[in-house]
Design a protein around this ligand. Sequence first.
Ligand code: ATP
Ligand code: MG
Ligand code: FE
Length: 334
Amino acid sequence: IIVLGIETSCDETAAAVIKNGRDILSNVVASQIESHKRFGGVVPEIASRHHVEQITLVIEEALAKAEIAIEDVDAIAVTEGPGLVGALLIGVNAAKALAFAHGIPLVGVHHIAGHIYANRLVTEMKFPLLSLVVSGGHTELVYMQEHGSFEVIGETRDDAAGEAYDKVARTLSLPYPGGPHIDRMAHEGEATIDLPRAWLEPDSYDFSFSGLKSAVINTIHNAKQRGETIEPVNLAASFQSSVVDVLVTKTMRAAEEYDVKQVLLAGGVAANKGLRARLEQAFQEKPDIELVIPPLSLCTDNAAMIAAAGTIAFQKGKRSDLALNANPGLDLSC
Ligand code: ATP
Ligand code: MG
Ligand code: FE
């Protein structure tokens, strides 16, 4: 079966065509990063306008690259939430218009289900599994007993991991999005600065990054007042070490407690080289648990992942009607 995926939840206008839930026939992403950079973050109004300008072109390009006509599409999967409401609406309305005009079934998809299902474009999913979702807006440990079943066993109580990266990057005057810059600097420096790790209650799988972010800001501030210099690369390395320590330790503990077969990494922060390396290292000692890390292009926002999640939902019988609406606060389910 052939599914067209559409994603406009944030600052990427994306469309993709995938076959049988696994094979990517096309995967087109129009990024708006250049437009948002000078504001230091995503400006919702600008994002919506770009989506309006891009959406038709991006969908046409995805169909053309896949060498199929819209009539060959068996289902249209679209991100219905969470995300920026004005941005989501563009994708949802484009999907509804195409579904209505061509009589194609429509399936609304949760953006985070999409991030998790990016892994299915790489390998078969083996249940039960655990997914560490680390993105610009989410940091979650999601337990899956079977396809389409999502149990959030831990989540951030304040900032998401990506958000913490971007905020720390901003205090170091790095361009948006700051995650990749901090990652690069972390590899040039050494974790010589003592920063906190928020373990929370001993049995908790929740996360907290705002204390760490404040500690970084205070470190810079205090050094300035004392006239001391701090090597930004060492600060980046220390920050990254704290984030990765907590993410890897909690993921390992949850994987063991829930006795999972696979651990899937998902979300934009999954592009982080430090996180990838530390996870690989940690799971080398656990050969009975398979660690899956998608390629970078499938970790950040794209529509292939939405089509992948949408294919499973469609096969499980999910259909959205033309009353489908953007839902910025959508709960994770399939
Ligand atoms: P959500 O998926 O929660 O709605 P989003 O879609 O905005 O949020 P993604 O596109 O999945 O988030 O990820 C973007 C985030 O990933 C940004 O915060 C960015 O800084 C971060 N990021 C990207 N590459 C890296 C990296 N190498 N190291 C750390 N963070 C990174
Ligand atoms: Mg993005
Ligand atoms: Fe995302």
